[in-house]
Design a protein around this ligand. Structure first.
Ligand SMILES: Cc1cc2nc3c(=O)[nH]c(=O)nc-3n(C[C@H](O)[C@H](O)[C@H](O)COP(=O)(O)OP(=O)(O)OC[C@H]3O[C@@H](n4cnc5c(N)ncnc54)[C@H](O)[C@@H]3O)c2cc1C
Ligand SMILES: *[C@@H]1O[C@H](CO)[C@@H](O)[C@H](O)[C@H]1NC(C)=O
Ligand SMILES: *[C@@H]1O[C@H](CO)[C@@H](O)[C@H](O)[C@H]1NC(C)=O
Ligand SMILES: *[C@@H]1O[C@H](CO)[C@@H](O)[C@H](O)[C@H]1NC(C)=O
Ligand SMILES: *[C@@H]1O[C@H](CO)[C@@H](O)[C@H](O)[C@H]1NC(C)=O
Ligand SMILES: CC(=O)N[C@H]1CO[C@H](CO)[C@@H](O)[C@@H]1O
Length: 512
């Protein structure tokens, strides 16, 4: 039986395609050019040069035996690509050398930036016929008890960070799954079990260290380059390569929680309970819940993750769920890291995810349940080899927005100050040739959910960056004023638009 929180579940995705003429090409999968002619193509020649300036084992070329594993070090197969080489700098000086070299007018070679590789959107963190800058070796974790902060290299996974923090009886506003990378998580937003209390991961960055377009290494904090610091809280790879983050920590270790499993027939009741839980005035900020329903697979059914950030069993906040009898229940007293280590992540080769935000509302939830269980909607997905879909309802309290706004100048996300849900639809399948079908069928359900939220006047504009599909307008959802502010920051720190022209993958700010 499934042990756990298919958390962040089947999250995930496939092809991202942002053409650098700032057109998000809806639904189009980037074409892959096959084969790369190392040393004859411009990117191949650039790889040859980088190999001479980096440490001996820091450049992985297609003829190397490590290349398949390193280029395929993706969480979802949809993110695989064929870079001309992968460079793995071991310190920030080397990142500076790489940026300086690739941006020289006579080199001008495109590249991608990867931290943990957990973004399933194609090309967001990988590239065909370009250079993949893989930050995996920037993996230091240094805790400072005097300031209660920890400095973490951008290539870390959250598991490495928590391992160090556990020794000091503290934790951070990080990933709910240990394997997730810190780079994309903290630059995109960052939904954590601590978010209702302290805001998003990005809000809890005290200082960014970043290599800019001109190859300089600078810090960004409320005191130094505060405009850049603000823009990086939701700015992804639009302003430079972040080499490390200094983040706040909190004295939380022993918690109560786990998962309860239910049958699919219990979903309507669980949605009602979730609306009640979210709409309780003054909802306890130490309580977190997430509902995941595997609507194409009755064997898995529904999984409710509950976590209370104090060592107290069955807190009152979860009372709305108590009348619904689970099929299994793993809730217990344990450490927060143990709870996260128990999270089961489904093993499906290709994944795409989509998100929508709205206010908690029992009527809307029942309509969503109808849309995500209707056989007409699910059939095109179930017809695919290993085709499956999961829903995830992620509650966010208004306090999360307020806590984030208090840190420095707040973040770039343009969040609405209200209780809300960041809903995610995850589709998984097996074969490359089904990428477009899986994407379109799931996006259609997403569109219907959006329409339902709008017609009930419950829609919230923000598109949750870390669970968005490649053709969702994430940066646009931050609002016109924030986008305009980000463009001013761009003009100041990247006047020649290096991170738009030469880094084509990701949620982009655009050239104009
Ligand atoms: C199993 C699983 C569980 C997850 N759980 C959560 C969760 O609990 N909460 C949540 O908010 N999200 C969660 N996510 C989503 C996750 O946060 C995003 O996919 C995030 O982008 C992953 O970060 P990464 O470093 O692994 O990404 P990558 O795939 O390495 O990068 C993602 C994007 O960020 C850019 N980027 C990464 N690092 C840098 C850098 N140092 N400098 C500049 N640009 C950079 C990349 O170029 C790319 O465009 C989960 C994902 C998975 C697969
Ligand atoms: C980074 O590594 C290089 C070796 O490639 C070394 O010469 C340099 O001193 C290192 N820089 C820092 C800041 O540690
Ligand atoms: C962490 O907590 C344990 C158990 O309460 C205690 O024994 C230990 O001294 C604490 N460690 C630190 C670094 O505070
Ligand atoms: C449903 O999930 C179970 C358990 O993970 C798996 O064995 C089975 O193949 C899945 N069925 C479908 C139709 O995906
Ligand atoms: C959901 O479907 C059921 C059964 O078809 C129907 O009775 C109900 O009105 C629907 N609910 C909503 C909110 O659309
Ligand atoms: C390291 C890793 O997990 N790589 C995988 C990336 O995706 C492809 C396609 O599904 C797999 O074959 C790789 O094993």
């Amino acid at each position: 039986m499934i042990s756990l929180s298919l958390s962040d579940l089947l999250f995930s995705a496939l092809g991202a395609s942002f053409l650098f003429n700032h057109v998000v090409s809806a639904g189009k999968i980037p074409t892959k050019q096959s084969g790369h002619t190392l040393y004859t193509s411009a990117s191949g020649r650039a790889c040859g040069h980088l190999a001479t300036i980096l440490p001996a084992d820091a450049t992985v070329t297609p003829d190397s035996k490590d290349y398949p594993a390193v280029s395929g070090d993706n969480w979802s197969g949809t993110a695989r690509a064929n870079p001309s080489c992968i460079v793995r700098p071991t310190n920030s000086t080397q990142v500076q050398q790489i940026v300086k070299y690739l941006t020289q007018p006579d080199v001008n070679v495109q590249f991608a930036i990867r931290s943990g590789g957990h973004d399933p959107n194609p090309t967001h963190a990988n590239i065909d016929n370009g250079v993949l800058v893989d930050l995996v070796s920037l993996n230091e974790v240094t805790y400072d008890a005097a300031t209660s902060t920890v400095e973490i290299g951008a290539g870390n996974r959250w598991g490495n960070v928590y391992k160090v923090l556990d020794e000091h009886n503290v934790t951070a506003v990080g990933g709910r799954v240990l394997d997730v990378g810190v780079g994309g998580f903290l630059l995109g937003s960052g939904l954590s079990y601590l978010t209702d209390l302290y805001g998003l991961g990005c809000d809890n960055v005290a200082e960014h260290e970043i290599v800019l377009a001109d190859g300089s290494l600078v810090k960004a904090s409320p005191n130094e380059n505060p405009d850049l610091h603000w823009a990086l809280k939701g700015g992804f790879n639009n302003f430079g390569i972040v080499t490390s983050f200094k983040i706040y920590t909190y004295p939380i270790k022993d918690v109560w929680g786990g998962v309860r499993g239910y049958s699919l027939e219990q979903l309507p009741q669980l949605y009602d309970a979730m609306a009640k839980y979210q709409n309780t005035p003054g909802k306890d900020l130490y309580a977190n819940a997430m509902l995941q329903g595997f609507t194409t697979n009755a064997t898995v059914g529904v999984v409710l993750t509950m976590i209370y950030l104090k060592p107290e069993a069955n807190p009152a906040a979860f009372a709305p769920f108590n009348g619904i009898t689970p099929v299994f229940d793993t809730t217990k007293l344990q450490t927060i890291t143990e709870l996260m280590a128990g999270t089961y992540v489904p093993d499906i080769p290709r994944i795409n995810w989509f998100t929508q935000s709205f206010k908690p509302d029992a009527g809307l939830y029942q309509e969503i349940n109808n849309l995500t269980t209707s056989s007409a909607n699910l059939k095109p997905i179930q017809d695919l080899t290993a085709g499956s879909m999961a829903i995830g309802l992620q509650p966010i309290s208004a306090n999360a927005v307020q806590a984030g706004a208090k840190q420095g100048q707040g973040n770039a996300l343009g969040l609405t100050n209200t209780d809300q849900s960041w809903f995610v639809l995850d589709v998984g399948w097996w074969n490359t040739q089904d990428d477009v079908t899986a994407h379109k069928a799931t996006d259609k359900i997403r569109g219907a959910i959006h329409d339902a939220a709008v017609s009930r006047q419950k829609d919230v504009a923000y598109i949750f960056s870390n669970d968005a599909s490649y053709d969702q307008n994430v940066i646009g959802s931050y609002g016109k004023a924030n986008v305009a502010k980000m463009k001013i920051v761009q003009t100041k720190y990247d006047p020649t638009k290096v991170f738009q022209r030469l880094v084509p993958g990701g949620f982009k700010l655009g050239i104009l």
